[in-house]
Write a protein that binds this ligand. Sequence first.
Ligand SMILES: [Ca+2]
Length: 96
Amino acid sequence: MRPEVKPEDYDQVVADIRATAQENWGQLDQDADGKVSFEEFYKVFTSECPDEASKPPKDSMKPVFDKIDKNKSGGIDLEEYVSFKAQLETGWPAEE
Ligand SMILES: [Ca+2]
């Protein structure tokens, strides 16, 4: 269960997510071009998997990536990532 997020706390939650995302951005955007490519995204997403066999197939991850990449630029930028995390954590549509 996700913790209940009150509307008045939303800005704070997003600010916290943004701060964490900025700290971790270097691990996500490994070639530091400002965007997380699908390859980078997949690598990070599957980094907890103990072996190749337990990784989800790339085909199943692509739609997830495309959903986060709202402007379909082929890469996830920091704001897209923050929106995605905010939605995960609050269950709210992150759109304005
Ligand atoms: Ca990149």
